[in-house]
Ligand binder design. Sequence first.
Ligand SMILES: *Cc1c(COP(=O)(O)O)cnc(C)c1O
Length: 481
Amino acid sequence: MPQSALSPNGLPRDEVLAQLAEMRRRERDLDWRSGKVLAYTFDAGPELEEVVKSAYSMYLTENLLDPTAFPSLRRMEGEVVRAVADLLRGDEAVVGNYTAGGTESILLAVKTARDWARANRPEIRSPKMILPRTAHCAFHKAAWYLGVEAVFAPFDPRTFRADVAAIERLIDADTILLVGSAPEFAFGVVDPIAEIAALAKDRGILCHVDGCMGGLMLSVMRRAGRSDLPDFDFSVPGVTSISVDLHKYGYAAKGASTVLYRNKDLRRHQIFASAKATSYALVNNGVLSSRSGGPVAAAWAAMKFLGEEGYRAIHEEVVEATRRAIAATDAIPELRVLGRPDMCLFAFASDALNVFQVADAMHRRGWHLQPQFSTEGSPSNVHVTMDLAAARIVDRFAEDLRGAVEEVRREPKIDPAVVRAQVAKLLAAAGDAGIAQLAASGGLSGTALPENMAMVNTIMDAMPDEIVERLLGDFMNDLFA
Ligand SMILES: *Cc1c(COP(=O)(O)O)cnc(C)c1O
């Protein structure tokens, strides 16, 4: 027999599980249990984790493919969606579905808008949606996949909220969808949803609110008495669909989001059916067909276990910790928090230091923060997503951030202006060869990540978006070769 990567014989259960645990250690995965991972993971402690895991395993093998085969899953999906709809002040007409994540929810909302326009505005040949520059990149993926053109709208460089007047100017006869976020990811601020939705209503077009991050949390906070939060839900006239993730601030297992529509007529455009193949006739609400029932059961269980009061207590603790983290960040002379975050996501920039060096210094202290590149209207910055585990050690965050800045003050500065000039020169002189050279000089060649991420980030920040996209695509292609 020729060689195969699949081992010829099976291993004992304990050996297999031991190998997994060993791999996680050896490959140095982020340790989310430490509370220091301010991205990717949402940890509300071992008690909830236990509930979520048990529910997930109970439904591991059940398939969401056919809602008539496992009716208990359809019931769970219905109950989860209804709970979200009620939080979003949706009336009885509001409908929705479970999806595998925010990206799927957004893909479906854009597909629904496209197909709604095909049915109701057949004169439109090249549909467009207007995206504030702060809208999540999932909308760009949707544009790319679905053939809807993404038109960028600027944001207010002081508040980081979408510029409504600019959106209004960009609307034309081909516009099918306006988008706002509650909140957008980068700076954690809620867009002026009421004004954006009013524009959409006025023009007879659709308006999607991306509540992937905030849909649950902001609603619970509002119901608990926070009166300063802007309206973003179905109480706002003109809002036609909303995406709400459960696997973020619902603290459910990954693979759980919802997309909701103002009514069934609208949602009808989301559904795909096909009787053309020799196999079974297919009908799907979502993008995927076969899916584990695990994430739905886990989301249902998390919501049942915590209830509104459980969520309120968690969110209040996280918001209070965020307030303290922001105050501590602003108290460091070299750093400033961007805008006035509405929830528990924030970003900080620096005029004096290279902020990516601060992220590296935090990394050496065990913290994982997210670098964000500069755009028209926003400086290079570093993003923080707080969860309950992080909230519980917020004083250490503050202390370590002071220590990190202290350390970076003494390091040689990677000067963004100098890097920018070098990048521009190299790109102009050497074209494609220059790009390869640039990637190599930052250590971004091959598949091993360099130690000095600040250098890589500063170089990438200096490159045009299209080149960064190409390099990242090549990197990914090599990573899985
Ligand atoms: C996370 C996020 C998304 C995309 O969600 P995934 O679950 O990662 O697919 C969309 N919008 C916002 C604002 C987000 O934070």
